[in-house]
Design a protein around this ligand. Structure first.
Ligand SMILES: [Fe+2]
Length: 151
């Protein structure tokens, strides 16, 4: 299973607005690795972090970030090197397609809907196509030791 819709509680519209305006107004986001020109992480406000820990079935070893892809039309095919599963909650509009493929064979694809928790298999090579605007999401994950075989 490459993706799964999760019946986890959703945030309310006030929280959605807070997170979107945080991204739009932030001056201290962090570019991530070689994708730093189009992929940034933002600190989640403490109130949202607490809400997630109280309302979602996650343990203390999970990391919670607010992420944004911008100025990019697609995210190239890649496996994440230190994560196997990513819980995502899309705050920007739905539209882009997440697609998994191996050796040229398409394994699955999904258009992640807005305001719905999804589990994504990020250890298998995946790409995101059709980005027309910023892609902003809460991302929750556990890091695992880097898998050198997938590099
Ligand atoms: Fe990824």
């Amino acid at each position: 299973m490459y993706y799964k819709k999760l019946n986890w509680p959703t945030l309310d519209s006030e929280q959605h607005n807070e997170l979107i305006s945080l991204v739009k107004n932030s001056t201290n986001s962090k570019g991530i690795g070689i994708w730093g020109d189009f992929y940034h992480h933002y600190d989640l406000p403490e109130s949202i972090r607490t809400w997630c820990k109280e309302n979602l079935p996650i343990t203390d070893d999970y990391q919670l970030v607010l992420q944004r892809f911008f100025n990019v039309e697609s995210i190239p095919l890649h496996p994440d090197i230190n994560r196997k599963e990513n819980f995502i909650y899309l705050l920007s509009e739905s539209g882009p397609v997440t697609r998994w493929q191996k050796r040229g064979v398409i394994l699955a694809e999904v258009c992640v809907p807005q305001y719905q928790w999804f589990s994504l298999d990020v250890g298998t090579p995946h790409e995101v196509l059709g980005l027309k605007d910023d892609r902003i999401a809460i991302s929750i994950f556990k890091t695992v030791p880097i898998n050198k075989k997938s590099l």
